[in-house]
Each structure stands twice: as structure tokens, then as C-alpha cells.
Design a protein around this ligand. Structure first.
Ligand SMILES: Cc1cc2nc3c(=O)[nH]c(=O)nc-3n(C[C@H](O)[C@H](O)[C@H](O)COP(=O)(O)OP(=O)(O)OC[C@H]3O[C@@H](n4cnc5c(N)ncnc54)[C@H](O)[C@@H]3O)c2cc1C
Length: 411
């Protein structure tokens, strides 16, 4: 049997896309401990389907211990509270002290409000399963109130942020209203208005102009009111004030407009640039050659001089790369710079409505929608989650219904 002390000791903070990918690759030659505040990984790309009643909440969560069962990787549920850089040790909130030869920081990102008043008080975030079920409960409770108060007033749900999360969410809400809620109580459903508000000139700015226009047209077919060039000035309890002096009624406001590097990273006393950890091309943290940062929390500059986007493929590619780098370091080899391979983008707007762009190749409509479904299913962790998701999607597709409309936050 191999002596485990001769293996490099690696601690990974965060068991998301980057952290778990790195852990599985490192397991072959290192003694690895993964730390996360949750005992499950969240599949964030499908979270919006939980908040819009398309998927059961536990289909997007996968136990970390289950993901690591076939490896020797250890798991600690907890959060870092302090670091001793001289001793190379980390203390967690559960009092555990972890000594390491190499540290990988993969703590992800958090919502940011850009200093806009009212975001924290009145908008709902979309970064966790808990937040997704809170949104679902709030929407479904409001629908019940609309069913009991039969008048003609309009009830508005606004999603702020025209990136993939905002677009997918607005489309999914519109389908929830036009399908299941209309079948439950048509008069109440007809009074619900869905808004999508974007500060820039177009939605999905990472796609070409043509596809971005296509997505906007798809949203409008679903009766989503799309506001572009509309920067939010303040969010109030039941309305949104915009920079150009408009007031948009909004009883439920969802914030999908901005993310920043996870603030917990500051506990580690590492150099931060624009909310993300400052890294070299090798993914090593500047001035800390035995510490690496990957994924959303890493401020890695791409070819265009800008930070790489906060997307899962970046985190996974960096997770694989960091394992190679640690192997190189522990065998006295030279490190190589990380290069991101952009494999394209996709977003779905609703049933049979999606866009895919891979360099100059573009796909829209039904084939793009099936490509989106297949890819998300492929990357979803865990056989149980895949089967549950296929079951929910098939049910939704065949019946035009959504079986997860429960309000489960009350006694
Ligand atoms: C709603 C939503 C939809 C998205 N949709 C897409 C999409 O369709 N396609 C795409 O490519 N990307 C999408 N993204 C972005 C993608 O999910 C992220 O880029 C990716 O998760 C980054 O991986 P990561 O490993 O850096 O961080 P994460 O996957 O977020 O993992 C970070 C981990 O760190 C843990 N953590 C954080 N703070 C602490 C702490 N203090 N103590 C202990 N543990 C901590 C968290 O619990 C988490 O498990 C979406 C993001 C969101 C929020």
C-alpha cells in the first residue's frame, strides 16, 4: 500500500463545478480534503426550473459524499474562518484544523447589488436551492391570493438581468402562467404580467446580435415584456424605479443582474482584484505559489484582457488544469499557463425555443432546444437526479403541466 504522507496534501475550498472536478482528478496522486458549507453540490444551471415549478428541488442537488464515494477524497462540511500562511494551515468553523501543501480556492460567487438601493430588502436572489424554493413559494402564494381576490388588477413579476439566467427564468415563468396556472384558474393567470429588465441594449449580450434578437422575439411570443436600455435605480416593495424616470409595477422582483467573487474568500487574506482572487496565468494566486484559485472566484484574464466569464465550463476546465499543475509542482516540473477553450453558449427560452452558438455555427428552435436538454442532463450529477429530471421533463412535456407547484415554506 502507498504511504499517504508522501502524497501531497491538498485542501480544496468549495465543492462546486471547479472544486469537485479538481478533487476527482487529484485523487489519483494526492491526499485530498474537500470543504464545503453544504453537504451537496447545486447544479445551478437548472435552478431556475426549481423556482418556476418545472423541477423538484432535490433533482438539482447531489450529495458531495456520494460524488466522492469511489475515491479516497475526504469531505469536511464547514467554512474557513482563518488561515495561517506560515504554517500552511486552515481553521474551519467546525474547529477542524487542516494542514496543506497546496490549497485550491473554488468558492464560487455571490450576488452583488451594485449599490442599488432596495435590492437586498425587496428583491429575491437566485443563487441557492433555498432561494429558488422561496421564489416558487412566493409566486404560488401570490397566485392563490389572486384566485381569491377576483378583481381586474394586474400582478407583475419582474426579472432583472437579461443574461441567460434572467432570460431562461422569464421564459419559464411565462410558460408556467400560460399553461398550468391558466388551467388552474384562468382569470387569475390572465392578470399576471412577466417583465424582463436589462440595462444594456440587448438581452443575452454574449450571443450574436441575430440570436439575441431571436431570443427577445421568442420571449415576446410568450407575452414577456422585455425592457432593454433600462437601468434600475431603486427597487421598492411593489415597484421598480428606473434611471430614465419610469416606474415599473412589480409585486415580485427577482435579481439576476450581477455576481461577484464569493466574499468569504477575503478571510484567506489573498490578493483580490475586482472582487476576485488575483491569479497568474498558471492559476497560482499572485505571491502564493502553493495556492491556486479556480472558477468564479478566480480573476483570470483571458485573451481579450477581460476576466473569463463566470460559467461552469471555465470552472471545470480550470479544475482539471489545477490538478495537472499540482502534479507538476509535486514532481518538480515546470508549470504551464492555463488556456480556456470556449466551446460556445446556449440558452433556452421555453418549449421548443432555444439558441445555440458555437463560433460561427448557430442553431435555433427545436434542434437547439433538444441540444440544450441533452447537454444539461449529461452534466447533471447523479443517476437519481438524471432519472428524476427526465421524469419531470417528460411529464411537463406530455401534459403541459408542472407538478412542483407546492408552497412548502409554511407549517
Ligand atoms: C442561477 C444560475 C444559473 C447558471 N446557469 C449557468 C449555465 O446555464 N451555464 C453555465 O455554464 N453556467 C451557469 N451558471 C454559472 C455557473 O453555475 C458557475 O460559473 C459555476 O457554478 C462556477 O463554478 P465554481 O466551482 O467556481 O463555483 P460553484 O459551482 O458555485 O461552487 C462553489 C462552492 O463553494 C461553496 N462555498 C461558497 N462559499 C463557501 C464558504 N464560505 N464556505 C464553504 N463553502 C463555500 C458553495 O457551497 C459551492 O458548493 C449559473 C449560475 C447561476 C447562479
Amino acid at each position: 500500500m502507498q504511504n499517504t504522507r508522501q502524497k501531497p496534501r491538498v485542501v480544496i475550498l468549495g465543492a462546486g463545478f471547479g472544486g469537485l472536478t479538481a478533487a476527482k482528478k487529484l485523487a489519483d496522486f494526492a491526499s485530498v480534503t474537500v470543504v464545503d458549507r453544504h453537504n451537496f453540490q447545486t447544479f445551478l444551471p437548472l435552478l431556475y426550473q426549481v423556482s418556476t415549478a418545472g423541477l423538484a428541488a432535490d433533482h438539482v442537488a447531489h450529495p458531495i459524499r456520494g460524488a466522492l464515494r469511489k475515491t479516497d477524497v475526504q469531505f469536511q462540511m464547514g467554512s474557513p474562518v482563518s488561515i495561517d500562511h506560515d504554517k500552511k494551515s486552515l481553521t474551519l468553523d467546525n474547529k477542524q484544523v487542516l494542514d496543506f501543501d497546496y490549497l485550491v480556492v473554488a468558492l464560487g460567487s455571490a450576488n452583488t447589488d451594485f449599490g442599488i438601493p432596495g435590492v437586498v430588502e425587496h428583491a429575491l436572489g437566485m443563487k441557492s436551492v433555498h432561494e429558488a424554493t422561496t421564489i416558487r413559494a412566493k409566486v404560488m402564494r401570490s397566485f392563490e391570493e389572486l384566485c381569491s381576490n377576483q378583481n381586474d388588477s394586474v400582478f407583475s413579476i419582474s426579472v432583472i438581468g437579461g443574461g441567460p439566467t434572467g432570460v431562461e427564468m422569464a421564459g419559464a415563468f411565462a410558460e408556467l402562467v400560460r399553461g398550468p396556472l391558466k388551467n388552474d384558474q384562468a382569470r387569475a393567470a390572465e392578470r399576471i404580467q412577466i417583465n424582463l429588465i436589462e440595462a444594456g441594449p440587448r438581452v443575452l449580450p454574449m450571443f450574436s446580435n441575430k440570436l439575441s434578437e431571436h431570443a427577445k422575439a421568442d420571449l415576446e411570443k410568450l407575452d414577456v415584456k422585455v425592457y432593454t436600455n433600462t437601468a434600475v435605480k431603486e427597487i421598492k416593495a411593489d415597484s421598480i424605479a428606473t434611471q430614465d424616470g419610469k416606474t415599473i409595477e412589480s409585486e415580485i422582483t427577482i435579481w439576476a443582474a450581477g455576481v461577484r467573487g464569493e466574499p468569504a474568500a477575503s478571510i484567506l487574506n489573498l490578493p483580490i482584484v475586482n472582487t476576485r482572487i488575483d491569479v497568474e496565468k498558471t492559476l497560482q494566486v499572485k505571491k502564493y505559489p502553493h495556492i491556486f484559485a479556480i472558477g468564479d472566484v478566480a480573476g483570470f484574464t483571458g485573451k481579450d484582457g477581460r476576466f473569463l466569464p463566470m460559467v461552469a465550463p471555465v470552472a471545470m476546465q480550470q479544475g482539471r488544469w489545477v490538478a495537472k499543475q499540482i502534479k507538476r509542482l509535486s514532481t518538480q516540473q515546470e508549470l504551464k499557463p492555463f488556456k480556456y477553450v470556449d466551446k460556445g453558449s446556449m440558452a433556452t427560452i421555453g418549449r421548443h425555443k432555444a439558441i445555440v452558438e458555437v463560433k460561427k455555427f448557430r442553431l435555433v428552435g427545436i434542434p437547439a432546444w433538444f441540444a440544450w436538454l441533452f447537454l444539461h442532463l449529461f452534466y447533471l450529477l447523479g443517476g437519481r437526479n438524471k432519472i428524476g429530471t427526465i421524469a419531470d421533463w417528460t411529464w411537463n412535456y406530455v401534459t403541459f403541466d408542472r407538478g412542483n407547484r407546492h408552497i412548502m415554506d409554511s407549517v
